[in-house]
Design a binder for this molecule. Structure first.
Ligand code: G6D
Length: 338
């Protein structure tokens, strides 16, 4: 395994890691993953060639590190220790992806460590309260590790100067099909697939989910079956949002997604996974947008969006001052025996 760096225009560096049949590329712009190839099949959405132009204007945040708070915060406001915080609204009246100054569009510093059987890229930045209006500054390390077993691991290490919210995630879109054909044929599987329902403006409505494993009476569920379900609750949600944009409780630390050729496993210590099936691509008015609806899906490991307004002081995204934060998510790709 080895890594090499290619510097593009506008300060964007591509950090290319070669592991024989798989290759992965990261960039300092948003500490993001740019591409992940199994042979010549790119299993994530992105563009390794002209990353500078492609990523700067991408409203779908392909592969970016998102924070300090990944999902929507309703009405861009929350209360912590009796104090009300007003954030910038950048999704109608709501705050999303950490707000307009979110970390997905900034340049991170980085170092590369080549070790036996793995390469680590350690990205660092400071999130300032004066930029995003959450309390406290956060020193953040985002560590992307790629290893000989074709496993990509993301670790987040952080400390905050004041009690705050911290809920980072990665906005990678997977597509295990050749030529990025729509992902309807992929199936998802876990011991439990509790889907939290969304209300107005895609905001999580209640803490009462519906278990898709029970509803479909199956452990391995195709996206197509969810999209076309006749179950009244599932159907109403799919019609309303054009697909999945929902947080799940996966009942443990692991879930899998597969098509005929590949199996992807996700391991995480985060309580929820938001699956977004790229439901409406039309808001991206660009020649770079070659994607139709359902061209990919995210597996955003995080605390349930809006947790602070749903759960108050019990919200898992609360980070105490000067307490080390750590979380870890791995994605591993296998080629199936045909
Ligand atoms: C997130 O949940 C949201 C979607 O609603 C949004 O459209 C996307 O990011 C860009 O996954």
């Amino acid at each position: 395994m080895f890594a090499k760096v290619e510097s593009q225009s506008n300060g964007i560096d591509l950090i290319k890691i070669d592991n024989e049949e798989t290759k992965i590329v990261f960039t300092n712009y948003g500490a993001r993953i740019v591409s992940w190839k199994y042979d010549d099949n790119n299993i994530v959405l992105g563009n390794v060639v002209e990353a500078d132009e492609f990523y700067e204007e991408n409203p779908f945040h392909f592969g970016a590190t998102i924070g300090r708070y990944g999902g929507r915060i309703a009405n861009a406001t929350f209360e912590l220790d009796g104090k009300t915080y007003q954030l910038d609204a950048n999704n109608g009246e709501h705050n999303i992806h950490g707000g307009p100054e979110g970390i997905g569009t900034r340049f991170f510093d980085y170092e590369i460590e080549e070790q036996v059987g793995q390469v680590k890229v350690i990205f660092t930045t400071t999130i300032k309260s004066s930029d995003d209006h959450f309390p406290g500054d956060i020193d953040l390390e985002v560590i992307h590790t790629y290893d000989v077993d074709h496993k990509w691991t993301i670790e987040y290490k952080a400390t905050a100067t004041e009690k705050t919210l911290f809920n980072p995630m990665n906005h990678v879109y997977f597509n295990l099909n050749r030529d990025n054909n729509i992902i309807d044929n992929h199936s998802i599987s876990s011991s439990k697939l509790d889907m939290y329902l969304l209300g107005e403006d895609n905001i999580v409505e209640s803490m009462k989910p519906i278990d898709l494993v029970d509803t479909f009476n199956e452990k391995n569920i195709q996206f197509k079956d969810i999209f076309t379900s006749e179950h009244p609750v599932v159907k109403a949600q799919m019609e309303r949002f054009g697909g999945i944009d929902h947080p799940f409780d996966i009942g443990g630390n692991e879930m899998t997604v597969e098509n005929k050729r590949f199996l992807l496993t996700v391991n995480t210590d985060m309580p929820n996974v938001v699956i977004f099936t790229f439901n409406d691509t039309t808001s991206w008015q660009s020649d770079f947008n070659i994607y139709k609806a359902h061209s990919g899906f995210t597996l955003e490991t995080q605390c349930i969006p809006n947790d602070i307004n749903l759960m108050g002081e019990k919200a898992p995204s609360i980070l105490e001052a000067n307490q080390p934060y750590y979380s870890k998510t791995s994605y591993k790709i296998f080629e199936k025996e045909l």
